[in-house]
Design a protein around this ligand. Structure first.
Ligand SMILES: Nc1ncnc2c1ncn2[C@@H]1O[C@H](COP(=O)(O)OP(=O)(O)OP(=O)(O)O)[C@@H](O)[C@H]1O
Length: 645
């Protein structure tokens, strides 16, 4: 039938034209023509069933098909090149590599991405933020975290400006410290061949030394006004030295000025006496003036939230005082009354007191003079010391010290919204010294998640915790480039729980499972506490033999005498008490037994590992009722190196 139809083809003449080399239509045009042909065929009542259902096969140059009727309708302009409307440039074909080596995003691509709701091809986190720190374009990635939003957002625009400032401070030698202080820095940073300021120190020290241009003012009252600073930098970034060094420098300079003044006054007094003597030879000689130092009137006060931090900051100050010669008095409720008295009312006086706010305010009640000469007040862990529990004590001390105060420095690894609000109201002109990575957990800290609901734990969190510790303990130690050596044989693990009561329960369970674990909370025996912490903070005294009492694991519970013991692993189970400021340099693993309530807690708890460029690992145990969505978002933010909100 088909052949007959071909013979009787009325289009023979047209077909003869197609003997010429065929003009290939673009694929989409061919498809359109076919669709048209199929419609024509199905509407043709006389068409055979063969024709209707045969698979369409376009062919142009087969000789046997040359008399077949064309299924396509040729365009009238098929032989003419395509023309574009006047003035419109020919569209460039986009090739796979056409976007390489471009320094700017092509406009058309940017528009296309905007249409698709994607970020611009710079693609970075910053590009999705406006200068005011708020995101644009893509909807916020944090949904769960937004619900518990506790941290103040820091604009990303200002963070880049700080980076440029940090680059300019590349050595301690370049900073105008007193010579003795330059010497002392080596004692405060032992074992480091190349000591360079950390970002926190590079941001804070020049400002606290008064090297930065100040806003000009003609008002003499404003010129004399108290200088206030908020130093906010990530955990383990060396904030202690960032505020200690400029403070000690200021103390020593003030001391030198005072000594000069005293000498001048004495010389004047001696000259006046000489004159009096000459005028009145019968006058009686006045009794000699005493040179006794007024005790317990320090020039600087450092407030910290815990006794452990008093000891830690006190140790750094002491190490500096060997060379610089100043008197630091670390006092806490763990010291006896005699020790406190001896340290405060020393016959040589005291230059710096390191203390907790409740203890200092109780001392100030009985000795108001203690705050009468303070020129530098440092509030470390300011977010803790200005929260509800400490605020009355801290602000009380601040108010009493204000008349003589020259510099107020608040220091914190996190700026919660309540702190930001309080400072904006009370110190509107406070200078904020913020590092670029504030509120971000460093990428060198990895976060793993253990799903407690799954096998083999089936909801048993304590078992999951013990198993995780066993796995860490069994794994071989790895090389740490920051320390340039194999990490210590003994592994130190911190386990954080949300409630104080849980510390004992979890620690006892771990001991039963053959793990050397201790509970660390406010009521722990102080001597035991100090010993426990010392091995985690690296302040432990070196032992000559490996069989020192400290390295011995806890005795196993009586019922489990025959159980295996996990060797070379020490565990502290603690609450937030262990998460604030404690410099646990030798901790490589942190286990978050409970999901922390806020991102602030996440930052401080995970901040006990990965300190000062070291690597670390955090493991969260997610059980029934725990906010897995929060953990996921924190993990994502850590992976992207973004600040938590
Ligand atoms: N410039 C430096 N170079 C090398 N190490 C330093 C430097 N400055 C400080 N360190 C060390 O870094 C560690 C952490 O310092 P520090 O405790 O002051 O941190 P931090 O910022 O106060 O931490 P946190 O927020 O947890 O309280 C200390 O062991 C300290 O000796």
């Amino acid at each position: 039938m088909l052949r007959r139809a071909t013979r009787a083809c009325p289009f023979c003449e047209v077909n003869s034209l197609l003997v010429r080399p065929p003009v290939l239509q673009p694929a989409n045009q061919q498809v359109r023509l076919y669709a048209q042909l199929q419609r024509d065929r199905s509407s043709n009542k006389h068409g055979s069933s063969d024709q209707r259902f045969s698979t369409p096969r376009p062919s142009f140059n087969r000789s046997r098909d040359k008399h077949r009727p064309s299924r396509m309708v040729l365009s009238d302009t098929v032989d003419r090149p395509a023309t574009r409307p006047e003035g419109k440039p020919a569209r460039k074909k986009r090739e796979p590599f056409s976007y390489l080596n471009k320094t700017r995003v092509p406009r058309d691509l940017e528009q296309e991405q905007e249409r698709n709701g994607q970020a611009s091809s710079r693609g970075s986190f910053q590009s999705r933020r406006r200068e005011d720190g708020k995101r644009r374009g893509k909807p916020d990635a944090y949904h769960a975290l937004k619900m518990q939003k506790g941290l103040q957002e820091i604009p990303y625009g200002s963070r880049s400006a700080i980076k440029r400032k940090i680059e300019q401070v590349d050595s301690f030698e370049g900073l105008p410290f007193l010579d003795t202080l330059q010497e002392a820095i080596k004692d405060a940073l032992p074992g480091l061949e190349y000591r360079i300021p950390t970002p926190a120190q590079a941001v804070a020290i020049p400002a606290l030394l008064g090297l930065e241009a100040k806003r000009r003012t003609r008002n003499p009252a404003q010129k004399e006004a108290l200088e206030s600073y908020l130093l906010a930098a990530e955990t383990g970034s060396g904030k202690t030295l960032a505020y200690l060094l400029p403070t000690i420098d200021a103390i020593k300079r003030a001391e030198a000025v005072e000594a000069e003044e005293k000498e001048r006054e004495e010389a004047e007094l001696a000259a006046a006496k000489e004159l009096d003597k000459r005028d009145d030879i019968f006058a009686l000689e006045s009794p000699p003036t005493t040179n006794a130092v007024d005790p317990a009137r320090p020039r600087a006060i450092i407030l910290v939230p815990t006794a452990e931090l008093v000891a830690q900051v006190g140790a750094v100050a002491k190490s500096l005082s060997h060379t610089v010669k100043f008197r630091a008095a670390p006092i806490s409720a763990k010291n006896t009354a005699t020790v406190i008295r001896n340290r405060l009312f020393n016959e040589n006086g005291v230059d710096m007191i390191i203390c907790t706010p409740p203890l200092l305010s109780s001392i100030a009640e009985s000795n108001p003079n203690i705050l009468s000469r303070v020129s530098h007040l440092i509030i470390d862990e300011a977010d803790s010391l200005l929260d509800r529990s400490f605020k009355p004590f801290t602000t009380g001390i601040l108010d009493r010290a204000t008349p003589s105060l020259k510099k107020l420095v608040l220091c914190s690894a996190t700026i919660p919204r309540y702190l930001d609000k309080y400072l904006a109201e009370r110190y509107p002109s406070m200078k904020r010294l913020v590092t670029p990575n504030l509120h971000a957990i460093p990428r060198r800290v990895q976060l793993g998640v253990v799903d407690v609901n799954k096998d083999p734990y089936r909801g048993n969190k304590m078992l999951a915790c013990a198993d995780t510790i066993w796995q860490i303990g069994k794994a071989s130690g790895d090389y740490d480039p920051a320390e340039g050596k194999e990490i210590s044989q003994t592994k130190r693990i911190l386990v954080f729980v949300n409630e104080r009561e849980e510390t004992e329960t979890v620690a006892q369970y771990l001991v039963k499972k053959g793990i050397d674990a201790l509970a660390f909370h406010r009521d722990t025996d102080p001597s035991r506490q100090a010993k426990t912490l010392a091995s985690f903070t690296g302040t432990e005294k070196p032992t000559t033999t490996s069989s020192s009492t400290d390295d011995k694991p806890n005795p196993p519970a009586p019922a489990d005498k025959n159980k295996r013991q996990l060797a070379n692993t020490k565990v502290i189970v603690t609450t937030d008490l262990g998460s604030r400021g404690i410099d646990t340099v030798s901790v490589r693993h942190v286990i978050l037994y409970d999901v922390p309530h806020t991102t602030i807690d996440f930052i401080h708890r995970l901040g006990r590992t990965g300190r000062m460029g070291r690597r670390g690992r955090g493991i969260v145990l997610v059980g029934a009722g725990d906010r897995a969505d929060v953990v996921k978002e924190v993990r994502d933010a850590m992976f992207r190196g973004e600040a938590l909100i």
